[in-house]
Design a protein around this ligand. Sequence first.
Ligand code: HEC
Ligand code: HEC
Ligand code: HEC
Length: 471
Amino acid sequence: MMKAALNFLLALMLPGAVLAAPAQPFDAATVARGKYLATASDCMACHTAHHGQPMAGGLVMSSPVGEIVSTNITPSREHGIGKYTAQQFSDAVRKGVRADGQMLYPAMPYTAYARMTDADVNAMYAYFMQGVPAVDRPTTPTSLPFPMNIRLSMKAWNALFLDQQPLRPEPQRSAQWLRGQYLAEGAAHCSTCHTPRGALMQEDKTRHLSGAQVGPWYAPNITSHPVAGIGAWTEAEVVQYLQTGRVAGKAQAAGSMAEAISLSFSHLEPGDLRAIAVYIKSLPPSVGHGDQSAGPSRFEQGKAGNALDKIRGVPYQENIKGANLGAQVFSANCASCHGASGQGTSDAYYPSLFHNSATVNTNNLLATILLGVDRKTADGHVFMPPFGDQVNAVNHLSDTEVAALANYMLVQFGPGQAAATVTPEAVAQVRQGGPQSNLLTLARAGMVLGALAVALLIVFILRRRKRAGAN
Ligand code: HEC
Ligand code: HEC
Ligand code: HEC
């Protein structure tokens, strides 16, 4: 009675909104913890369209088998996950099963989230139900071509590749290492980008974190190999990279890594970032596809230099015709920020282009030139304009110009003449979203086989049912 009277009085004092608010079954601490975990999991990166409302979905993601659209995961009852129970939410996040029982495509990284504990997934549920504003807007449904439109085929894929076991107990490890493993292998899903994939697009566990192509960018080897990986980085440098996206003289984050740092890693508690660094640094060394295993690491290559003596005093029209095209394009478009000799600025805001992992990996060099860098952290907004911009003609470089520029940089600041093999066709490929590997064709064939296997299985089950019915 007393409580009801008190509530009534309170309701009189607090107008409108409070009276209309739905029941609040979760306490604020759980919702806050759920928000932190959702940030660590970077749900935002995929479930928010460019300039769209947070978590309202609609981001179109290209996959080897067609375009997949992320869904609205705000608590909208009609268009979002407002009707999801905690169990249904957990099944979607960790098993890839939607509330209506349909299978999700693994573009949603449930294979990593499967590592998360019940308590953490429930806290995320509390956050999504109570901390995310509902957006009552539908998203375009995903429609993949046959046989990928048979979502049931994902059952076969999951049976093969979804590991639902919790992480193996490792009692000899420190609490810090275990926390790092839990975050890196679960919420932060490093392996979905840094681990190469097999013929059926599954992560190749035997080459864990040894580097993989993700769209136009290459997520490099981050095992502890001193030459092929990041064995030469200190723990503090890994923390700094995840927090700010920059370690002077080693690497900067652009593309999907910049996005993950802006939206997710830069918001993690320093203790959690240290734990991730401790875990990552402890991984066994591995040499990934195309990695050098001896000699200087990718952070130790190249030196300052320029070809100004060749292009100075020669008419521009002459320079852009011959072998000096790369040097001319560099001088006209890049030197203003990165220095005439690629030395960068002393505060490293404009990084040096030698001793820079991006000048060693041709794909990332091309992606940087075409797509630029855009990253927001507590350190500020880091921005390099894209030069592949078709609309803004001032910044536009052609495939031939970009190829010449990349080759100039690979010789001047990178591994040297032998690496300078970039063709305009390779540039066009990155412009179109990344190299199409023959894995994709294989994957397609594999998917057809997988779907056939599922179809056979269904026929088999139906037969058995019929027989059972006949008996
Ligand atoms: C790498 C991209 C990516 C990330 C990160 C991601 N999702 Fe998804 N998610 C998707 C895509 C794509 C779909 C739709 C897949 C489909 O249609 O099969 C999806 C579907 C879902 C669904 C099913 C909704 C429905 O009914 O259709 C839920 C629930 C969901 N995600 C929750 C989450 C949560 C919670 C997180 C963070 C812990 C998260 N997702 C992170 C890409 C992502
Ligand atoms: C969404 C994809 C994605 C996820 C998730 C991701 N990375 Fe990355 N990572 C990349 C890409 C792409 C690059 C290359 C960026 C560049 O050179 O501008 C990169 C670069 C890096 C580098 C720099 C390596 C070098 O030599 O330049 C480190 C270190 C790194 N990632 C660590 C991690 C860790 C640790 C995690 C998980 C906590 C993680 N990444 C999660 C895509 C990702
Ligand atoms: C307006 C200044 C500006 C211009 C012009 C510019 N850059 Fe940059 N560049 C930057 C900034 C800022 C960064 C990011 C630094 C960071 O991530 O901390 C960057 C980063 C890079 C990186 C490293 C990217 C990575 O992912 O690691 C490369 C390579 C690069 N620039 C090459 C070029 C080339 C080639 C040109 C000319 C076509 C160019 N830049 C023109 C400002 C500029």
